[in-house]
Design a protein around this ligand. Structure first.
Ligand SMILES: Nc1ncnc2c1ncn2[C@@H]1O[C@H](COP(=O)(O)OP(=O)(O)OP(=O)(O)O)[C@@H](O)[C@H]1O
Ligand SMILES: [Mg+2]
Length: 262
């Protein structure tokens, strides 16, 4: 394997150093997680159910305290107005608000003036998501895929440096899922946010990512970090290339425990 020089410290947005999480009931969810995430990098996390993937994102969001190790952000990422945006498996929209107001929830929480200030951007994001005609509709009038797009627009409202996504397409049918995956890829290629993306789908992880973190069953440790050196821009056709197949095979072997990667 060629020696890749370590990234310059200034290129690193997040540094996990021995991060562990034990819940108060004694469950050790994550153990000794070490990872440097580079600025603008797309990193996916795959692993068996219950291995601590959602827990990792909660630690980054500060929704749960870590019980071991450290997590450092670059000063720039930390001081950004709204450093992180989160997209959940279910869109978690507020049923009594229309689509536009759902996208504006983060601004509303900050105060009235901010909502007015952010409305043009919210409309812009809805246009980007192909939802301009649905701004005045309520969530129940939208398909699952459209609701998830609203959730993504909401996460992008404050232009976060870091985007955390927890199986955002998990509840969708295969075709909608492929379509949203490609849309996310487009958005990411446009302004290269740092993304941590949790998924059960190996093809989804590969087509999106620069690197795929493969975790062991609970307590989640890193079994391998797999480089995805496929050319960009990628398309759904990328999935049919032999190089793609080789990476998928490698990740499956690591997940099966038949290969412990370096
Ligand atoms: N608040 C909590 N209190 C106690 N244990 C928890 C809590 N949240 C999660 N766990 C436990 O921590 C472990 C990891 O959970 P987590 O939700 O991070 O897994 P996951 O990898 O996201 O799984 P899935 O793929 O099914 O979403 C599980 O054993 C779970 O039962
Ligand atoms: Mg989860």
């Amino acid at each position: 394997m060629p020696d890749t020089p370590p990234p310059r410290t200034s290129d690193i947005t997040m540094r996990f150093d021995g991060v562990s999480k034990q819940y108060p009931n004694g469950t050790l969810a994550v153990e000794d997680f070490d990872l440097d995430v580079r600025d603008g990098e797309f990193v996916s996390i795959v692993g068996p159910s219950g291995c601590g993937k959602s827990t990792m994102l909660k630690l980054v969001m500060g929704l749960e305290p870590m019980t071991g190790g450290t997590l450092e952000y670059t000063a720039e990422a930390r001081t950004a107005a709204s450093a992180t945006g989160m997209v959940f498996q279910q869109a978690l929209l507020l049923p009594w608000l229309n689509v536009l107001d759902n996208v504006l929830v983060p601004s509303t929480l900050e105060g009235r003036g901010n909502k007015k200030r952010d409305t043009p951007r919210a409309r812009q994001l809805l246009a980007l998501m192909g939802l301009s005609d649905f701004a005045d509709k309520h969530p129940f009038e939208l398909s699952g895929g459209m609701q998830q797009r609203v959730g993504i627009a909401r996460a992008l409202l404050h232009d976060p440096r870091i985007l955390l996504m927890d199986e955002p397409f998990g509840a969708l049918d295969a075709m909608t899922r492929d379509q949203l995956t490609m849309e996310l890829l487009d958005i990411w290629e446009r302004d290269r946010k740092t993304v941590l993306f949790v998924t059960h789908s190996i093809p989804e992880a590969i087509v999106l990512s620069d690197r795929v973190v493969v975790m062991t069953p609970r307590p989640g440790r890193i079994a391998a970090v797999v480089d995805v050196d496929l050319p960009r821009p990628r398309t759904l056709e990328t999935i049919n290339t032999p190089e793609f197949g080789e990476i998928a095979h490698h990740i499956r072997q690591v997940l099966d425990g038949t290969e412990v990667a370096a």
